[in-house]
Design a binder for this molecule. Structure first.
Ligand code: GLN
Length: 281
């Protein structure tokens, strides 16, 4: 009897996590292509620096995973180079602290899944420091304050959450934006379509399949400033600050170096310099 209950409970739990924002959600058709693209990108990076195992204390090359499209934190510029606040910050901190790393452009949910599987030593991906995540990861000091926003097409007449009734909205798997959308979905009567990466999520809204997307407010703001035909009809919802993450209890020295380097970057003005490169005040 007890066994049966456990099995039943597990079945229920699995169903919940499959329909939630956790990462194993049913994927829309477009997500697959993108996943393939980002996987091969990650493989390229890995192949280039194959064998990044510990070469002794000072010679360790840390594998640090990031997102594919999350401007201005990480994104491909016009020359096809990965750039962004997270990447500049990581580079400056590594130089300051004298550690080496290999960057893996994995995608957000792949980055966190890979961190948990021990494939990566750390994640820098505009990753919000949430209480739920603190159970699994150790975070650096916060380096950027953020929150969640809703974007709709520039010519859309959706002006409130009430207008989402009976409609489909887009969100990115495993993100705070997705969790927020999920928290109000029943109340406002909308359905969530989950995407593996932000660019396919934006495309779905632009194509008119989803009427809105939920994503970090500064990221949506940057997207609009880059000319994407979106607008944000509502104010920013509360969200958490970004931090660099390692698996709980692991790579403690990496986390300490990140924090020490971050402090140095703030003190020296380098932190502001990096931010100003991407975000005009
Ligand atoms: N800040 C959001 C989160 O941590 C989204 C991160 C991302 O999509 N790269 O969930």
């Amino acid at each position: 009897m007890k066994r049966k209950m456990t099995a039943m409970t597990m079945a229920v739990l699995m169903a919940v996590s499959l329909s939630g924002c956790g990462g194993a959600a049913a994927e829309p058709t477009t997500a697959q292509d993108t996943t393939a693209a980002s996987t091969s990108k990650a493989e390229d990076t890995t192949a280039a620096d194959a064998g990044t195992e510990d070469k002794g204390d000072s010679g360790k090359v840390y594998k640090i995973a990031t997102d594919t499209t999350f401007a201005p934190f990480e994104f491909e510029d016009d020359n096809g180079e990965m750039v962004g606040i997270d990447l500049d910050l990581l580079k400056a901190i590594a130089e300051d602290q004298g550690f080496e790393y290999e960057l893996v452009v994995a995608g957000f949910s792949a980055a966190t899944t890979g961190l948990e599987a021990g494939e990566y030593d750390g994640v820098i991906a505009g990753m919000s420091i949430t209480d739920a995540r603190k159970e699994k990861y150790d975070f650096s000091e916060p380096y950027y304050d953020s929150g969640v926003g809703m974007a709709v097409n520039a010519d859309s007449d959706i002006a409130s959450y009430d207008d989402l009734n009976g409609k489909t909205v887009a969100a990115k798997i495993g993100t705070e934006g997705c969790t927020f959308a999920e928290s109000i979905a029943d109340q406002y009567g909308f359905t969530i379509m989950q995407f593996e990466d932000s660019s396919s999520m934006y495309q779905d809204v632009l194509a008119g399949n989803s009427v809105a997307c939920f994503e970090d407010y500064p990221v949506l703001g940057y997207e609009i400033s880059r000319g994407t035909a979106f607008k944000m009809p509502l104010d920013m919802e509360h969200g958490n600050s970004y931090g660099f993450a390692v698996l709980k209890g692991q790579n403690t020295e990496l986390l300490e170096m990140f924090d020490a380097g971050l402090k140095n970057m703030k003190d020296s003005g380098k932190y502001d310099e990096i931010l100003n490169t991407y975000i005009s005040k």
